[in-house]
Design a protein around this ligand. Structure first.
Ligand SMILES: NC(=O)c1ccc[n+]([C@@H]2O[C@H](COP(=O)([O-])OP(=O)(O)OC[C@H]3O[C@@H](n4cnc5c(N)ncnc54)[C@H](OP(=O)(O)O)[C@@H]3O)[C@@H](O)[C@H]2O)c1
Length: 240
């Protein structure tokens, strides 16, 4: 039988817009108290207010997930406000395009620092709470680019392939603690990251919407704790 999420506490990174924002709201609708992380305070404030209108608690920290110091402080601060976490959604990510030789090495490094090291820093600070509870869920948002390389996307693909490898290895380590690690590999979702954030109604039929991904995450989290979906790919039904 599916489990209820009511009363649980979740941390969502990249919660200021796109998939992270919709996930925070979807969790709130299930009665989950939500901690929000992104760099832009103004957007976090708005999402926190929306979350609270759904009758649960919200708290946010405007930090860069690529900074271990900022992440450590944020997790302590959010835990003080909301209690220890049951669910971690590692969603914050950036995508910079450019050919291997032309891409600025700093952009290449930043992509790895945010998309891969960022997940490492956040997970490193939250995981001890889940181990202490002997249960909990981590969802890592990789990408179709974590399964398949495409020209102009070496840094993004490297970060997302890496994230899948890290997720699999972490899953093997923490499963004995009754912790589930889900890795997701969505294809195109209409957000600012893909330049499809302001979709027309016609485009909405072609691309997945962030709320579709959020609903999928909720369904995964509601599964009985004895089962989990290790990796799953989400595809638009009508991409052409
Ligand atoms: N959209 C797609 O088609 C698609 C497909 C597959 C996978 N994904 C993955 O899904 C995740 C979310 O993507 P999205 O499309 O929702 O992107 P988005 O609309 O650009 O939102 C990204 C979120 O991450 C935050 N963020 C970015 N860099 C950060 C950092 N260094 N520290 C903390 N927060 C940071 C952003 O806020 P600030 O800028 O304020 O920090 C924002 O809230 C990403 O990991 C992406 O790679 C997306």
């Amino acid at each position: 039988m599916a489990q209820s999420l009511t009363g649980k506490v979740a941390l969502v990174t990249g919660a200021g817009r796109g998939i992270g924002r919709e996930t925070a709201l979807a969790l709130a609708k299930e009665g989950v108290n939500v901690g929000l992380i992104a760099r832009t305070e103004a957007s976090l404030k708005e999402v926190a207010a929306e979350v609270e209108t759904l009758g649960v608690q919200a708290a946010y920290a405007a930090v860069d997930v690529s900074s271990p110091e900022q992440v450590e402080k944020a997790v302590v601060n959010l835990t003080d406000k909301l209690g220890t976490f049951d669910i971690l959604i590692n969603n914050a990510g950036i995508m910079k395009k450019g050919s291997f030789l032309e891409m600025d090495p700093e952009d290449w490094k930043q992509t790895i620092d945010v998309n891969l090291m960022g997940v490492y820093h956040v997970t490193r600070n939250v995981l001890p709470q889940l181990i202490e509870k002997q249960g909990g869920d981590i969802i890592n948002i990789s990408s179709m680019s974590g399964l398949k390389g495409t020209a102009g996307s070496t840094a993004y693909s490297a970060s997302k392939f890496g994230l899948l490898g890290m997720s699999e290895a972490l899953m093997q380590e923490v499963r004995p603690h009754n912790i589930r690690v889900f890795a997701m590999t969505p294809s195109m979702v209409a957000t600012e990251l893909t330049g499809k954030g302001d979709s027309t109604e016609e485009e909405k039929q072609k691309f997945m919407q962030p709320e579709d991904i959020a609903e999928y995450m909720i369904a995964q989290l509601k599964l009985h704790p004895r089962i989990f979906i290790k990796t799953s790919a989400q595809w638009a039904t009508n991409p052409f």
